[in-house]
Design a protein around this ligand. Structure first.
Ligand SMILES: Nc1ncnc2c1ncn2[C@@H]1O[C@H](COP(=O)(O)OP(=O)(O)OP(=O)(O)O)[C@@H](O)[C@H]1O
Ligand SMILES: [Mg+2]
Length: 338
């Protein structure tokens, strides 16, 4: 089965052709990604209308570049991100998917973007169910128990800011530009993570929820209290101490959920899963405390938004004949996983 994946939920235009081979392995035949990061960095964040315009400008040349026959020959289905995300941005991919499905007479699959992030690890590995997934991205921080393909239970989520959002906001406070995650991680390499004792929000609560807005406020206070000169010198320590607080909170809560739900594998995915400190901390503690549980994180180029993960999630839907009529599909900014 060969599926065309389309992703335009935020600020990356992405197309991919992924084939599921007879031996069950996924083969990425082609994948293209046009990032709009430079365009949005001028505004300090993603501007939905600008994102839509950029998607329109990029997506047709990218489709041409894939070199698919005019009648869609060789493609068995089209998988498109239908939500959640920014409506003007989502619509570009959704409308393209609908038109191609109609003209090529191919089945259409509506993929949830978060499901896509989870499936990014299937590109190179096969987690065993039940799997516990820590999904950490720009808009979401969720602990999800995945009992089978398409069978999800959300056991915890953020009550305010997402982890990626916290990285981006703290980066702004430190004048590091957008997106903030990679910039904080880089600066943190030179800092002392134990220098400032930032709060570990909700780390001891009896649930699996997160909260990062108080941590962001603590950083803001720290920055405000320092002189400008001290801030410049201390930025590395602030970045390192902030990152340590986020990582410890995420890892502690995930391990508590591991204890309760006893999964066979743990999946870390979403844009923040690119963070090396988070990846190595979670992997290390899991290997040490529960060596029988396998750990899966996407390859670095699959941590952010891409169409490979959308195509893979789409293939699992296609295997269950879960298709949607192209005349009824609409972009859903609040699309839910369950
Ligand atoms: N190395 C890193 N460390 C921490 N955060 C990172 C790193 N690399 C990227 N990020 C963060 O990941 C986020 C982007 O992830 P992603 O593209 O999955 O989010 P999104 O698609 O905007 O949101 P969502 O997937 O929730 O709709 C940004 O907030 C970015 O700062
Ligand atoms: Mg994303």
């Amino acid at each position: 089965m060969r599926v065309l994946g389309i992703e335009t939920s935020c600020d990356e235009t992405a197309l991919a052709i992924v084939k599921k081979n007879d031996n069950g392995e996924f083969e990425v035949e082609k994948h293209l990604l046009a990032s709009q990061v430079l365009v949005h960095s001028k505004f300090g964040g993603v501007v939905p209308e600008v994102a839509a315009r950029e998607h329109i400008a990029s997506i047709f040349p990218m489709l041409d570049e894939l070199g698919i026959e005019k009648d869609g020959q060789g493609i068995d289905a089209i998988a498109v991100t239908a939500g959640p995300g920014l409506v003007p941005a989502l619509r570009i991919g959704v409308e393209l998917g609908k038109v191609l499905a109609w003209v090529w007479k191919k089945p259409l699959i509506a993929v949830n973007h978060l499901e896509g992030h989870i499936y990014s690890v299937w590109a190179h590995s096969t987690p065993i169910f039940p799997a516990l997934c820590l999904l950490v991205s720009g808009g979401h921080t969720e602990l999800i128990l995945m009992k089978d393909h398409g069978d999800y239970e959300i056991i915890g989520m953020t009550r305010d800011d997402a982890a990626g959002e916290a990285f981006d906001k703290v980066a702004k406070l430190l004048d590091l530009g957008y997106p903030g995650g990679p910039a904080i991680a880089k600066l943190a390499e030179q800092g002392n993570p134990r220098e400032i004792d930032f709060p570990r929000p909700m780390i001891d609560t009896d649930d699996y929820d997160f909260s990062f807005s108080g941590l962001k406020t603590a950083v803001k206070r720290e920055v405000a209290e320092m002189s400008q000169k001290a801030q410049m010198a201390e930025r590395e320590n602030i970045a390192a101490s902030f990152q340590a607080a986020v990582v410890e909170t995420l890892v502690t809560k995930t391990m508590r959920a591991v204890e309760k739900y006893q999964p066979k594998s743990v999946i870390l995915s979403g844009g923040v899963s690119a963070n090396q400190s988070l990846r190595s901390s979670l992997k290390e503690i899991l290997n040490k405390q529960c060596p029988e549980i396998s750990f899966h994180a996407p390859e670095l180029f699959l941590t952010g938004d891409n169409a490979i993960m959308i195509a893979i999630a789409g293939i699992y839907h296609a295997m269950k004949n879960e298709f949607i009529d192209p005349l009824t599909l609409v972009a859903d900014p609040n699309m839910r996983l369950v």
